[in-house]
Write a protein that binds this ligand. Structure first.
Ligand SMILES: Cc1ncc(COP(=O)(O)O)c(C=O)c1O
Length: 454
């Protein structure tokens, strides 16, 4: 018997209220173009090898973005150093790609410093920021030559005490914050420049005679869409460095503008597509170096420009492969789709509208859909409103861009964390973190003997 043509799966018809506002003046619903491969590798091959959900990192994208930024800065400033922001994604393989290409490590905890060392980063190539360094952290940093940027007065006093104990005068930087056009104000970290607090900190440091100031650090905020913020920030830092040189005789050797560039992800509430909204890395580089051009010093003494860009380098390199579990109709008529990856591994869903791309052409009419993750929790919403055609259970979707902050902030909440793979520039792929098991989850647990433990 010959088989007839396969029929599309049945979907119960439903009446839908027309909702004004679905269309907007920026255009209708973008056409869904299925994507069956990542960097030339079939998604099905990846799922067969490593399971679903699955984070996939593109080495090609990591390398291309790194060099795009490094080249844009180096074309405009004589001494440039990128330091990979560990917390943005500290999977060893990702960090090692950046280190191989020339990045220092930027760490914000003793754990991150240790992780950078495990990755073979020399101490003098580690920048140590963060508001909660311990006495032991500072001692270790001063003994080994890790670059420390001080965050607050208590830390300054602690650093002096440690330096005194060690009988050394370590070189340090101070972190400053300022008003440069970001809202809300990003003034929780470092010493405030506008109020004079940063100046007081420098005088305090000089009076102590126990530390040598050689660097200025500032992280202006995150997901900054306006390069002018960097121009203003850099020009305020340049003015501060001029004053330090001219009034106090301090030569600043490194100006570090932190991270904060927007990635090409789309924020909730953002109407226009990212291609029209997100500045290029070259635009940020241009703004920063224009701001720094206010530095008054001999060209030979121009400080190294350090950047700790995280999100804008790694976000696009990460894709999450997920599998459709079920379709549902909610009581208000909206379609709901449940996939096997939720906010437990997609922390950025709280503020991004990730692209959701099926890997094969779906059939049927797109309609307003809520995309839920697998957690038995109401908060587990990956997209609260997306126009999608029906997605067959078992079919795959790609969630993109997810390379920044999701893996480091993912948690074992209800579900274990999935595997992470990297695709090489020549199309090979390999695990960079295996999927977790129950043994991983309970590895640190003990049951006291009064509850029946041994
Ligand atoms: C000190 C510091 N540097 C760099 C970064 C990386 O920032 P982003 O990922 O926004 O580029 C952060 C992130 O918060 C940070 O706190």
């Amino acid at each position: 018997m010959t088989e007839g043509p396969t029929r599309p799966p049945y979907e119960r018809p439903s009446l839908l209220r027309h909702r004004a506002g679905t269309m907007n003046k920026m255009g209708g619903v973008p056409a869904l173009r299925p994507q069956s491969h990542i960097d030339g590798v079939p998604v099905e091959e990846l799922v067969a090898a490593y399971g679903s959900p699955l984070f996939v990192y593109s080495e090609r994208c990591l390398v291309d973005k790194f060099h795009a930024l490094n080249d844009a800065l180096s074309a405009r400033w004589p001494r440039v150093q990128l330091a990979w922001s560990y917390k943005t994604c500290y999977l060893d393989a990702v960090c090692r790609v950046y280190h191989r290409e020339g990045a220092f490590a930027e760490a914000v905890s003793g754990m991150e410093v240790a992780k950078a060392r495990r990755n073979g980063v020399a101490n003098r190539r580690i920048v140590f920021n963060g508001p909660a360094k311990t006495r032991a952290d500072l001692r270790d940093a001063f003994l080994t030559g890790v670059t420390v940027n001080l965050d607050h007065f208590e830390e300054l006093s602690m650093a002096e005490a440690v330096a005194r104990e060690l009988g050394r005068v370590p070189e340090v930087g101070i972190r400053v914050n300022m008003q440069a056009g970001t809202l809300p104000r990003w003034d929780r970290f470092g010493f405030n420049l506008d109020s004079g607090q940063a100046w007081d900190a420098v005088r305090r440091l000089l009076a102590g005679g126990q530390l040598a100031l050689t660097g200025l650090h500032c992280h202006l905020g995150t997901f900054i869409l306006d390069p002018e913020v960097y121009k203003e920030g850099a020009s305020k830092l340049a003015a501060f460095a001029n004053r330090l040189r001219e009034d106090l005789g301090i030569g600043i050797r490194s100006i570090d503008l932190g991270g904060g560039f927007a990635s090409t992800a789309r924020l909730k509430g953002q109407v226009l597509p990212s291609e029209q909204v997100t500045p290029t890395l070259a635009q940020f580089a241009e703004a920063i170096t224009e701001g720094l051009s206010g530095l008054r010093c001999d060209p030979a003494d121009l400080p190294t420009l350090t950047l700790e860009t995280g999100r804008a380098l790694v976000d696009e390199a990460g894709t999450l492969v997920s599998t459709v579990i079920a379709n549902k109709r909610l009581s208000d008529g909206r379609r709901a789709v449940i996939i096997d990856a939720g906010v437990n591994v997609l922390f950025t869903s709280y503020w991004y509208r990730h692209d959701i791309t099926p890997t094969s052409a779906p059939r049927g009419t797109a309609e307003a859909t809520v995309l839920f993750g697998p957690l038995c929790m109401n908060i587990d919403v990956v997209r609260d409103h997306i126009m999608l055609p029906p997605l067959a259970p078992g079919s795959r979707v790609l969630v993109h861009p997810v390379g920044a902050y999701n893996v480091t902030q993912s948690m074992q909440f209800i579900e274990l964390r999935p595997a992470v793979v990297m695709i090489s520039r020549d199309g090979r792929h390999g695990l960079i973190r295996r999927a977790e098991t129950l043994d991983d989850l309970v590895a640190g647990e003990t049951v006291p003997e009064w509850i029946g433990g041994e």
